[in-house]
Design a protein around this ligand. Structure first.
Ligand SMILES: [Zn+2]
Length: 185
């Protein structure tokens, strides 16, 4: 099982993070149709999806378009191809959002809705989420760790969040700083 992370704050950014270690060449986690199916399940977008080879190509293309569009600086315009791709995927089906479910532990979870084409539906949900993120001027940040590259929506009050997560990179940075300090004295 891949080491999925869902710290992006939005499903479209979580998809972008399925290409890990972007600062150091990139590690592909969507390596097969089975991996895509697994990610869609973990993301709460499709419980049991028949993922075709064409879907694997499509979801990676969508992922890179989302990344480029969300990283486009304010005042600039992303490429017509990227905007066209996102619009096309979003328009493929009117997406049916996942449903709210409570398990025995009383924790709220998302359960994918029953639809005719779960993969198409999931990709449309992601594309719509990306469009909403652009319109809402979501601040996309890249984790400050040199060897990370994970993206996240910065919703901190001062828009100064540095780490993809405190547990993953924040504590590592703190430990390094502490080590450097203790070595210096
Ligand atoms: Zn990180």
């Amino acid at each position: 099982m891949a080491d999925w992370v869902f710290d992006g704050g939005r499903v479209s950014i979580d998809l972008v993070n399925t290409l890990r270690d972007r600062k150091t060449g990139g590690t592909e986690l969507l390596t097969s149709t089975a991996a895509v199916g697994e990610w869609l399940r973990h993301a709460g977008l499709a419980a049991r999806a028949e993922v075709a080879e064409a879907d694997l190509v499509r979801i990676r293309a969508l992922r890179e378009a989302v990344d480029r569009i969300l990283r486009t600086p304010e005042g600039s315009r992303p490429s017509t191809e990227d905007v066209g791709l996102i619009n096309k995927v979003a328009a493929a089906v009117p997406p049916v959002a996942p449903q709210l479910r409570y398990d025995r532990d009383n924790k709220p979870r998302l359960r994918s809705a029953a639809v005719a084409d779960p993969v198409k539906n999931a990709l449309a949900i992601i594309a719509v989420d990306a469009i909403e993120a652009v319109i809402a001027s979501v601040v996309l940040r890249i984790c400050a760790a040199d060897d990370c590259g994970l993206r996240f929506a910065d919703t901190s009050p001062k828009r100064n969040r540095q780490w993809c997560s405190m547990a993953r990179c924040g504590n590592r940075a703190k430990a390094r700083k502490h080590y450097a300090r203790s070595k210096g004295t």
